[in-house]
Write a protein that binds this ligand. Structure first.
Ligand code: KG4
Ligand code: ZN
Length: 338
């Protein structure tokens, strides 16, 4: 049995978790900084770094305590080292390195998106390999073919904003606070998704698995300039219509890619995978087209360290070891091969 401590601090969540054999979650602790950033309508990098510094040791300690283990009971440490806010990444990385140094435990760096891809493997019924993955987070939107752990091929990505960014910027424009995805999700439940016709960009076959969401945000801006921010039912209708534009493009591209790649299993991961409309629409599309959909529970779609420990496990069992010179990288493509 291999027991891995995962540490994640790439954005505005300080997280630590203990996972056994990349499958069994013994603890999963997340300290969110949403309150720190809410009044600014987005993540303030310097404030994120400072909050990580305050939170990281108590969060790691809580992860060990909840798992009922001591540092000496661990077999390895996995830490997110790319991509993300550089100051934020460094806090988790330096903590992991210090722990690896004092304990002599093996250390591996994990790409944040490789972590998101691994979250679904913590579920009772993970998708078989190969499968198609739609990664939808605050910073990334892409479709990748997953051939193995840390063995992926990117088939397409967004040319501009990520889907989560579209949710967050839309919510900010509507004065709904940060992070906005979950608020739009909630308000949209009682709204009419056909109330306002928002654009669906790059849906032609020639655009393949490429996405674009920046025009949608601009369309919302024009709508708000012309009509103001509505209230009550009209606000719900606006949120539902805006959300529908994002969800429809994500689902349309995913089903076309699944068909093209002949993949019968599809996972959705990253924070936007927590969106109830996206989950429902993808399952419905899968039922029509004959692919099965796998989505982690909402808490494992958004940033957490259990997914980092799970991804790190597969690197550790292959004998990968990072030295104490392991560095953080603010932007890095998803590694194609281990
Ligand atoms: O994966 P994540 O926690 O952090 C990044 O790696 O970026 O994703 C955060 C994103 C934010 O944009 C947030 O608004 C969005 O995920 N999100 C949602 C929902 N929950 C989180 N978007 C739509 N509906 C939700 N329920
Ligand atoms: Zn993330």
């Amino acid at each position: 049995m291999m027991r891995v401590l995962g540490i994640e601090s790439s954005c505005d969540e300080t997280a630590a978790a203990v996972v056994e054999d990349g499958r069994v979650v013994r603890s999963d602790v997340v300290a969110s900084q949403h309150e720190v950033h809410a009044r600014y309508g987005g993540v303030v990098p310097e404030l994120a770094s400072r909050a990580h510094i305050l939170n990281v040791v108590p969060v790691v300690q809580a992860a060990l305590d909840r798992a009922g283990v001591a540092l000496g009971d661990l077999d390895g440490i996995a830490v997110t080292n790319a991509p993300g806010l550089i100051g934020a990444l460094l806090v988790g990385l330096q903590t992991a390195k210090a722990l690896a140094w004092v304990t002599g435990l093996p250390l591996v760096g994990v790409h944040h998106l490789e972590g998101h891809l691994s979250a679904v493997f913590l579920e009772a019924e993970p998708p078989p390999l190969p499968h198609l993955a739609l990664i939808v987070s605050g910073g990334h939107t892409s479709l990748v073919r997953v051939d193995g752990h840390a063995e992926v091929v990117e088939l397409g990505a967004t040319r501009d904003d990520a889907a989560g960014e579209a949710f967050d910027k839309g919510a900010k424009l509507l004065g709904l606070g940060y992070p906005g995805g979950v608020v739009i999700d909630r308000l949209a439940r009682t709204g009419d998704p056909r109330a306002i016709a928002f654009p669906r960009a790059m849906t032609g076959a020639q655009h393949g698995a490429e996405f674009s969401f920046s025009g949608l945000k601009t369309a919302l801006l024009h709508h708000v300039r012309a009509h103001g921010v509505p209230e009550d039912q009209a606000l719900a209708d606006l949120c539902a219509s805006y959300q529908a534009a994002i969800v429809e493009v994500l689902v349309r591209k995913t089903r076309a890619t699944a068909r093209l790649e002949r993949l019968g299993h599809v996972q959705i991961c990253g924070g936007v995978a927590a969106n109830s409309a996206l989950r429902a629409a993808m399952v419905a599309a899968g039922a029509e087209d004959g692919f099965r959909v796998y989505v982690p529970p909402p808490g494992r779609c958004t940033d957490n360290a259990a997914m980092i420990a799970a991804a790190g496990y597969h690197r550790l069992v292959r004998g990968e070891r990072a030295g104490l010179g392991l560095d953080a990288t603010p932007s890095a493509p998803l590694p194609r091969r281990a």
